[in-house]
Each structure stands twice: as structure tokens, then as C-alpha cells.
Design a binder for this molecule. Structure first.
Ligand code: ADP
Ligand code: ASP
Ligand code: MG
Length: 411
């Protein structure tokens, strides 16, 4: 049987009319002869609301209980979706993460998928049913409910497509596909027909919230072609796939803003072996994910160390660095909680020169000061003041002509 996985995001399921519309798209796919597995997110802003409910009662809620709570949003969507299909005359069954044995590690609120029990889904598909699976959730080896991190239903969908060896995985959302930048911020962004996994992974990891980064990692690893499409309009969307040589012809494919970052600086740390290891061991114990680590020797005796974290980890990070401060002879700690990062991404950077210069020049002309710069083989990121992030994105997008299709750009 040919299998298609179709994932619907929260805005695409926000009310009964939208659920019926999504159900209609699923039925159209069934009529083409596919066995369809739907992955559904929580409706509308329900996950945000559940987070707010938790924080009203406890400013630092136990992560296990957070997962127990947040998973209920998706559980509602899947049963409502199955009811909508039933009302339209189609046999459907909704399943939670635990019912499909979506096994994860025990990292509550950021769990990683370890395996999926595909047998039950196959059995229902063979019975002619449409299977509706709750996104974003799994269980650990002790049967505790886990969640995969915000936006994680994308990862559920791609992982299920991989486990079922589906023909493809379609991600239905509230935009027409992947754009050269978030179209809600840079109005003239253009839709991309296709993008390779590596570029999409960098875009998603550096702020393009349209896809969950782990979904892209999983798609690349298991060869799942991912189509990102509009749930409202019948358009082709964007295909996320393996790199083809023509992709290198474009220096920059997309740009992003990552907000909600904080930068921590440890100033005047004793310049001796093992100090960096001590700092990051403490942070790992506090379960803080760290990015953009920069260490600079300032004299034979002293070094400065800085790194970025998600602002939600700020309290845990401050506590961890305060604990280690004396042990590493750190003179002072500075914290910036008003940072955002603007990034440009493109596999073409490997073969084009002048990309960094163009980005820095665009920011200079827009009078945006650069706090720090980090790069990968296919990305350049500049940390800037949060209040200037949108201006910076606009300037960078204009400089790289991200407002027109690649074929029409001057360079
Ligand atoms: P869903 O609820 O369907 O999962 P999300 O809100 O997670 O939807 O993702 C869709 C949103 O991602 C869009 O509304 C858009 O504002 C944002 N976005 C950010 N960067 C991009 C981009 N490069 N291309 C398209 N959308 C983007
Ligand atoms: N409902 C979850 C969230 O809002 C997961 C998802 O939508 O992908 O983050
Ligand atoms: Mg999403």
C-alpha cells in the first residue's frame, strides 16, 4: 500500500470549520489510493494556553507534569479529527503517542524519539482506516508521557513517515511553503520551490519556526521527502530534499531571526587547562543547551568565555555559573538578555566569496551594531540588539535580494 503522512499544525485545526477542511484534504488523498496517517497538533494556541495555566500555579513547574499537561492538547485534536472523518463517512481511529509505542528518552519537554511501533498503524491501515496520531508526544521506558519540544509535531510526522516507509510526508501549515525569510516579518520574502535538508536544518535551528529542526534531521537520515504546504490553499508548496548541484549556484537561500536569546560572559577566567570543561559540565548538569561558545585568551593568565542560551534557561544558567565562578577564578559575569541573532544560510556559501562582507556592510548601512559573529560552513550569524533585529533582517534580505526568485537576482 502507498502511504502518505499528512501533518496539520495548530492554526490549521483552530476551529470546527478548519478541521472539516483538513479532513476533506485527507479524504481527497485517500481517494487517490493512499493509506493516510494524519499527525495532528494541538488546536490554535492551546499549547500556549496550557503553558500559561501551568505558570499561573507554579513558576518552575516539574517537567514531567508539564508533559502530562501539554500532551492533552494533541489528544483532543486527534479525537475531534477522527469524529470529523466519521461524520464524512470515513472509518478513522485516533491514537496517542503511547498507543503507537512512540518511545522516547526521559528528557521531559525536550525528549528524543528512540523507536516507533509501526505494527498497530499498519494493521489499521490494512483494515481501511485513516489513522490519526497525536503529534509532539511519546512515552519513556517507565511509561511517563514525554513531549518533543515546541513545534515537535513536525518531528512526529517525519519519524512516522520514516518508520512506515511512506511515499512522502506533507506538512500543512498557515503559509504556502518555506520562504526566503519569515513572510510575517519580511513582507517581500519569496517562496522557495525546493530547499535541501542542510539549509533547512540551519534555518530551522536559527529561528525559522516553520519546521522543527529535528524533523529535518530525521528526514535527512531516513530519506523522507518533506512537502511544506498551505492547509488553506491548493498550491505546490516547498519540497525539502537532498542537495542537488544547482543549489550551490545561490550564495544565500534564506535569512532568519532568532529571538529569546541571552548571552552570558565570564570575564577574566583563569587561563588554565580544565576550566572550560568545569563550566560546561555544570551547565550540562543543569540541562542547559549552550550555543555559540567563544573563548578568547586576553593574556597569558586570563581568558574571556561567552556563550548563548535560550532565555528560558537564564535562571538555571545564572545559578550554574555563580556556583563555579570562584573555582575558575572568574573576575565577573555579565548577562545580556536583550539579544537576537540574524542569520543568512546557503549551501552556495561554500563556493561564493564576499558573503560575510555583504552581510556586515548591510548591517553597517542600516546602523545596526554587531555584538558577536558566528559561522558554520553554510551560515553566518550576527548577534544584535533585540530591538534592532527586524531592521537588521530587512537590511540583510534586501542586500541578498531575498525579495526575488534566485534566477532574477543580480548576483
Ligand atoms: P504550525 O502551527 O502549522 O506548525 P508554525 O507557526 O509552527 O505553524 O509555523 C508556521 C509559521 O512559521 C508561519 O506562520 C511563519 O510566520 C513562520 N515562519 C518563520 N520562518 C519562515 C519561513 N522561512 N518560511 C515560512 N514561514 C516561516
Ligand atoms: N502543540 C505543540 C506546540 O504548540 C507541538 C506542535 O504544534 O508542533 O508547540
Ligand atoms: Mg509548527
Amino acid at each position: 500500500m502507498k502511504i502518505m503522512v499528512q501533518k496539520f499544525g495548530g492554526t490549521s485545526l483552530a476551529d470546527a470549520k478548519k478541521i472539516k477542511h483538513a479532513a476533506g484534504r485527507v479524504i481527497a488523498t485517500v481517494k487517490k489510493g493512499y493509506g493516510v496517517v494524519v499527525v495532528a497538533s494541538a488546536r490554535g494556541k492551546q499549547t500556549d494556553q496550557l503553558v500559561a495555566d501551568a505558570l499561573e500555579l507554579n513558576s518552575n513547574p516539574p517537567r514531567r507534569e508539564m508533559d502530562q499537561l501539554l500532551s492533552t492538547g494533541e489528544q483532543q485534536s486527534v479525537s475531534l479529527f477522527a469524529m470529523a472523518l466519521d461524520a464524512l463517512g470515513h472509518d478513522a481511529i485516533s491514537l496517542t503517542g503511547s498507543q503507537i509505542r512512540m518511545m522516547t528518552d526521559s528528557m521531559h519537554t525536550q525528549a528524543r524519539i528512540q523507536s516507533i511501533g509501526a505494527d498497530r498503524i499498519h494493521k489499521h491501515l490494512e483494515q481501511g482506516k485513516i489513522v490519526i496520531v497525536a503529534g509532539f508526544q511519546g512515552i519513556d521506558e517507565n511509561e511517563n508521557i514525554t513531549t518533543l519540544g515546541r513545534g515537535g509535531s513536525d518531528t512526529t510526522a517525519v519519524a512516522i513517515a520514516a518508520a512506515l516507509e511512506a511515499d512522502r510526508c506533507e506538512i500543512y501549515t498557515d503559509v504556502n511553503g518555506i520562504y526566503s525569510a519569515d513572510p510575517r516579518i519580511f513582507k517581500n520574502a519569496v517562496k522557495l520551490d525546493q530547499i535541501c535538508y542542510d539549509e533547512m536544518l540551519e534555518l530551522a535551528s536559527f529561528g525559522a519556526g516553520v519546521m522543527h529542526p529535528r524533523a529535518i534531521e530525521c528526514g535527512k537520515k531516513y530519506d523522507v521527502e518533506i512537502h511544506v504546504r498551505s492547509s488553506a490553499e491548493q498550491t505546490d508548496g516547498t519540497i525539502i530534499t537532498h542537495e542537488v548541484p544547482q543549489m550551490e549556484g545561490v550564495a544565500v537561500s534564506g535569512a532568519t531571526i532568532q529571538r529569546d536569546l541571552a548571552k552570558i560572559g565570564l570575564v577574566g577566567v583563569e587561563n588554565s587547562p580544565g576550566n572550560a570543561a568545569k563550566v560546561f559540565a555544570h551547565l550540562a548538569r543543569a540541562k542547559v543547551v549552550v550555543n555559540d561558545i567563544i573563548q578568547t585568551e586576553i593574556s597569558a593568565e586570563k581568558a574571556n568565555l561567552s556563550f548563548m542560551i535560550d532565555i528560558s534557561d537564564l535562571a538555571a544558567t545564572k545559578e550554574a555559573v555563580e556556583q563555579i565562578k570562584n573555582e575558575i577564578n572568574c573576575e565577573s559575569i555579565f548577562v545580556r538578555n536583550d539579544i537576537a541573532e540574524v542569520s543568512v544560510v546557503g549551501v552556495g556559501m561554500r563556493s561564493h566569496y564576499g558573503v560575510a562582507e555583504k552581510m556586515f556592510d548591510a548591517l553597517a548601512k542600516a546602523k545596526v551594531n554587531i555584538d558577536s559573529i558566528t559561522t558554520s560552513e553554510i551560515r553566518i550569524s550576527c548577534a544584535v540588539d533585540k530591538s534592532e533585529a527586524e531592521k537588521a533582517l530587512e537590511a540583510v534580505c534586501t542586500a541578498f535580494e531575498l525579495d526575488r526568485p534566485a534566477a532574477q537576482r543580480a548576483s
